[in-house]
Design a protein around this ligand. Structure first.
Ligand SMILES: O=P(O)(O)OC[C@H]1O[C@H](OP(=O)(O)OP(=O)(O)O)[C@H](O)[C@@H]1O
Ligand SMILES: Nc1nc2[nH]cnc2c(=O)[nH]1
Ligand SMILES: [Mg+2]
Length: 187
């Protein structure tokens, strides 16, 4: 369901709420198998990963902890600036912890490859990645996420945490943003 006031802003819906829910459940069964008996720290990457973190964490039957890091490389546009900035660091000490980074999307791979280097330097027992979306045709930096929800085409998408200029994050599905939205300067 796309709210009527934003329906014209999307070219098409790519993933429905039900498809996302079903895939997250499958990812959680894999995570439960892989981390059974381990102490797991989920690290959500603000702000885009809020929805996937909330749904993934509640679907998991393992005991987990959650922490958050805020990084940004996109500003308000549709292209990565190439510079990753830490806006908020973790509160947890990662030493000897099993860390699973939770992301909404891997596009160029720049954010994650930078984040993986950064978190690995903190002495964790392991660091892996769970991302809902990946654009195989857009990747510039090689990252090997352990859990991927969906591979999607190389188009700018919004919804389920993903924004354009901070809008659309609350859409329940994921859709392709219409070019007229980002070619029109906002007032
Ligand atoms: O693979 P990349 O090309 O690096 O792109 C992926 C990153 O871009 C988005 O975050 P953004 O920097 O826009 O901030 P946000 O999460 O606050 O929306 C998204 O949430 C990922 O973190
Ligand atoms: N909203 C949004 N943010 C992104 N960050 C990196 N790729 C994307 C994308 O396709 N959509
Ligand atoms: Mg993000």
């Amino acid at each position: 369901m796309i709210p009527a006031d934003v329906e014209n802003d999307l070219v098409r819906l790519l993933l429905t709420e039900e498809q996302i829910r079903g895939r997250i459940a499958e990812m959680c069964r894999e995570i439960e198998r892989d981390y059974a008996g381990e102490d797991l720290l989920l690290v959500g990457v603000l702000r885009g990963a809020v929805m996937v973190m909330a749904d993934l964490a509640r679907e998991l039957t393992l005991p987990i902890e959650m922490d958050w890091m805020a990084v940004s490389s996109y500003g308000s546009g549709t292209k990565s600036s190439g510079v990753v900035r830490i806006l908020k660091d973790l509160d947890s000490d990662l030493h000897d912890r099993h860390v699973l980074i939770v992301e909404d999307i891997i596009d160029s791979g720049l954010t994650l490859s930078w984040l993986l280097d950064n978190l690995r330097s903190r002495g964790p027992a392991s660091v892996e990645v769970a991302a809902l979306l990946r654009k195989p045709d857009a990747m510039k930096m090689r990252v090997d996420p352990r859990y991927i929800g969906f591979d999607i085409p190389n188009e700018f998408v919004v919804g389920y945490g993903l924004d354009y200029a901070e809008r659309y994050r609350n859409l329940r599905g994921v859709g392709v943003l219409a070019p007229h939205v980002y070619s029109t300067p906002s007032q």
